[in-house]
Design a protein around this ligand. Sequence first.
Ligand code: SAM
Length: 252
Amino acid sequence: MTDPADELARSFGFQPVDPAEKAGKVRQVFDRVAGRYDLMNDLMSAGVHRLWKNALVDWLAPRRGIRHLDVAGGTGDVAFRIADRVGGEADITICDINHAMLEVGRDRAIDRGLVRGLSWVTGDAMALPMPDRSFDSYTIAFGIRNVTHIDQALSEAFRVLKPGGRFLCLEFSRLVIPQLRSAYDRYSMGVIPVMGRLVANDAESYRYLVESIRRFPDQKKFAGMIEKAGFDLVKVRNLSGGIAAIHSGWRL
Ligand code: SAM
């Protein structure tokens, strides 16, 4: 049987790719979409991505004073929600490989008057520029499917968490309501690239984003990968019938 991590490293959406070139191609996608990223998220999901991100932060239930790391944090959506929940009383690092996405995030933070307690760091989920056992919690939202070697990103998450630390991943997943499958396929494969062309003048990037969802392992396989990285008490919650899912694990 093929290793799901290896299979993902060799695919860029539906195209085969040399794993050494995947990160560069992913970076180009997010360089191109950064300026329109937030608008497109709202349009593509009719705003539902906001509810999914709220669900992620609900499950995290952050406490005041935590040290939190949001990887592939992009334009800051998850970090802002955590900061709001704890009234700004947390130390939150947003790490992303793409400088253009972080710049949009930093500008949004300034617009919201959110400056204290947020640090913006350029870095790769597969080789985090952070010491061992340094965070109470780690989130990654719609990021891990873009990473070349998912198993390395999971090991890094485990490494930087303190014992007792919490891992949460929000990602597109597999529909668990078979009746919705054909409508969902028509929408995602047909409508989203057209929206990408009309709104962001970039159908290709949005085709990649949709195809990469299809390549990502289902809920059970991904839970297995999280356990393999060392996490305990791994649990999954489906959102919107499995269009997205949150995986949770603990470093014990
Ligand atoms: N978390 C944000 C959200 O939910 O709105 C952004 C998600 S966006 C779909 C995916 C992000 O993953 C992009 O900002 C991209 O630059 C980042 N990314 C891709 N590969 C990465 C890697 N190897 N390490 C860190 N970030 C990465």
